[in-house]
Design a protein around this ligand. Structure first.
Ligand SMILES: NC(=O)c1ccc[n+]([C@@H]2O[C@H](COP(=O)([O-])OP(=O)(O)OC[C@H]3O[C@@H](n4cnc5c(N)ncnc54)[C@H](OP(=O)(O)O)[C@@H]3O)[C@@H](O)[C@H]2O)c1
Length: 242
């Protein structure tokens, strides 16, 4: 079950956190994985060292030239996991134009551009798996995550629109929407006891998720066994949204 031998996978934003757990899980099940991050090649290489056989590729997804270079380096992939995102926390009227653009470029535009670049290869293979990583903020109205929520809702729209168009080619397109997950992104915030307790009290399961709680669902969606699941939005949040 869940044998990805012979499949090539790109996981964006996989130097740490949820992306790293996804890359590791796909690799553990046989996929040849490309590990990506924006900040430095050294960080990409450090992450790749922990995933046997994986290949590091530095590319900042807010930059069109980097996206081109990433696609040229990677060639075709059978599995595309769009996990990288930029998140700014501000009151709704405090975002700068640059912050607006960065979130849109990384979280929405690069998702569209990468699906567009890799879909033809998948169509030729008559097999492909595309998974976007969304967030419960697609739905929730967090007062300081207005633009992040907008980008995640937009990304889900891409998934729902493209999924039926690629389904006849054996390609599935799905979204996974995590709740609160313990990653470097929110470690500072969660180290505040009051905030931590507030978050915990909003999660029926009673604990913060770990990246390993998200990766198995992505594995299912990327596997042959997941072939009949497309256009889905899988919320993984310990019941937070209920
Ligand atoms: N953690 C949560 O509670 C939570 C909840 C809901 C949804 N999510 C979503 O889950 C995904 C992963 O979150 P996380 O918490 O694991 O994030 P994280 O710890 O902040 O890691 C983000 C990853 O994305 C990469 N990245 C950032 N900007 C990039 C860019 N411009 N181009 C390419 N890569 C870039 C980072 O690479 P470098 O550091 O090497 O640049 C890093 O590998 C995101 O889409 C996030 O929105 C997370």
């Amino acid at each position: 079950m869940f044998d990805l031998s012979g499949k090539k996978a790109l996981v964006t934003g996989s130097t740490q956190g949820i992306g790293f757990a996804i890359a590791k899980t796909l690799s553990d099940h046989g996929a040849a994985v490309f590990v990506n991050g924006a900040s430095s090649m050294e960080k990409c290489a450090r992450a790749a060292e922990q995933i046997p056989g994986s290949v590091p590729v530095q590319a900042d997804l807010t930059k069109p030239d980097d996206i081109d270079r990433l696609c040229d380096t990677v060639g075709g992939v059978d599995i595309l996991v769009l996990n990288a995102s930029i998140q700014y926390k501000r009151d709704w009227d405090k975002f700068t134009a640059e912050e607006f653009d960065a979130q849109m470029l990384c979280n929405v535009k690069s998702t569209y551009m990468l699906i567009k670049r890799f879909a033809p290869y998948m169509q030729k293979q008559k097999w492909g798996r595309i998974v976007t990583i969304g967030s419960v903020n697609q739905y929730n109205n967090h007062p300081q995550l207005l633009l992040y929520g907008v980008t995640k809702a937009a990304q889900l729209k891409l998934v729902r629109n493209i999924a039926p168009q690629l389904a006849p080619f054996g390609i599935t397109v799905n979204n996974v929407a995590p709740g609160a997950v313990d990653t470097p992104r929110n470690r500072d915030a969660l180290s505040d006891t009051d905030f931590y307790n507030k978050v915990i009290s909003s999660i029926p399961c009673g604990y913060i998720g770990r990246p390993e709680d998200i990766a198995p669902a992505v594995l299912l969606l990327c596997s042959e066994e997941g072939r009949y699941i497309t256009g889905a939005d899988l919320v993984i949040d310990g019941g937070m949204c209920l």
